[in-house]
Ligand binder design. Structure first.
Ligand code: NAD
Ligand code: ZN
Length: 358
């Protein structure tokens, strides 16, 4: 196939307070007395005012998602098994949280109908059957997980998404109020994931007018929020939420690049989380993205955010080899960043030197 035919999210609702409409949005999706399952980021455990707004009916259940570590295939399979044992069938799964919780919701929704382990479906277009109904409600913005056709999972042998036409959400609820209380550092790391998506897409060899249109807009929004504004306000929440959406749309039709390829290695070996890992890497990528890195450093300074340093100090040769293997396995990312001849440009030696700088 010459052009990819992309499956997008089904329905989108945007606006301050949109979360209050969740009950009516999901009502037509209820199947008899099969419950809706709400996957809620464990950050909200005990937050009664927030939890009381979740429209529980009948046998509906809230499951708190532990996102101390990024989603693993074993966690996905366990939750699927528990839900099947308790309810047999469910009407749907609603993920309320950051990228990790939204990815868990997508993955478990897929595994409610597809047999075996989620590890069997890490890759491209391996999922065979449609998922149960699934909706995503971000409480952190930047990853673009709300719009993407993947759900990133760490499995027994790799960190790779279940990338398929069945993966995008049926519904997303974009309510800027829900991201307003995120801690400054966490919000910055996740927002920079979006900023980095834009730079990698706009500077990449896969760029086309579709990706450029979304990428430029998302970049402009990030610049407004993090460079032009003097303080965080409601408008910043709204713009960040839309930047994440547009950034996700931009990479849908192109690819990410060097920062992601390198940070996947960190995350696989050290468990470094996606947002901060991308920041750690991007901070050292002047040779690939000079203008973007300069602007990134201005944002870091202005917001006085700490970017961890020397995290690969003291690692063994075997550790470096593992990270290099993981990173080199991400051929499409390297090809987008460096072109068809990427293997002559990014040697294992050069990559090792880059990892040593982090
Ligand atoms: P996250 O979901 O891992 O959450 C980070 C931390 O913030 C957690 O401690 C969480 O409890 C907390 N948190 C969430 N909402 C909060 C709020 N409103 N206030 C305070 N704390 C809050 O962070 P993330 O950066 O959104 O997501 C990273 C994940 O997204 C990774 O697992 C990554 O692999 C995945 N990802 C997926 C895609 C995709 O297309 N599917 C793209 C990029 C990244
Ligand atoms: Zn990312």
């Amino acid at each position: 196939m010459k052009f990819r035919n992309f499956k997008l999210v089904g329905y989108v609702i945007f606006g301050r307070g949109a979360f209050n409409q969740l009950d009516e949005i999901i009502a037509p999706r209820r199947k008899g007395d099969a419950p809706m399952i709400f996957f809620v980021d464990h950050f909200f455990e005990g937050n009664q005012p927030f939890l009381s707004r979740i429209p529980l009916r009948g046998k509906d259940k809230i499951v708190f998602i532990d996102v101390t570590h990024e989603p693993k295939t074993t966690y996905v399979d366990r939750l699927r098994d528990e839900l099947k044992a308790e309810f047999g069938e469910v009407s749907g799964i609603i993920g309320i949280g950051g990228g990790s919780t939204m990815d868990m919701a997508k993955a478990v929704a897929l595994m409610m109908t597809n047999p075996g382990s989620s590890a069997d479906y890490q890759g491209w277009d391996l999922v065979k059957l449609p998922a149960v109904y699934k909706a995503g409600i971000p409480t952190l913005s930047g990853t673009g997980a709300e719009v993407s056709r993947t759900t990133v999972l760490t499995g027994p042998t790799r960190k790779l998404g279940m990338n398929s036409d069945y993966t995008p959400f049926d519904q997303i609820v974009l309510d800027p109020e829900l991201i307003s209380n995120a801690p400054v550092n966490q919000r910055f790391y996740t927002a920079m994931d979006c900023y980095i998506h834009c730079i990698e897409s706009l500077e990449g060899t896969f760029l086309n007018a579709f990706s450029r249109s979304y990428g430029e807009k998302a970049l402009e929004l990030c610049q407004e929020i993090y460079l032009k504004k003097d303080r965080w306000d409601d408008d910043a929440d709204e713009k960040l939420m839309m930047a994440s959406y547009a950034g996700g749309m931009s990479i849908a039709y192109s690819q990410v690049g060097v920062a992601h390829a390198v940070s996947y290695g960190l995350s696989y070996l050290l468990g470094t989380k996606h947002g901060v890992g991308n920041c750690i890497v991007f901070d050292k990528l002047e040779e690939f993205y000079p203008a973007g890195v300069k602007e990134f450093k201005q944002m870091v300074d202005k917001h006085q955010v700490e970017i961890p340093q020397h995290i690969t100090k003291g690692l063994s040769d075997a550790d470096f080899e593992t990270m290099i293997d993981v990173s080199m396995g991400l051929a499409p990312l390297w090809e987008n960043a460096l072109g068809k001849d990427w293997q002559t440009l990014m040697t294992r030696d050069r990559l090792r030197k880059l990892y040593e700088k982090l």
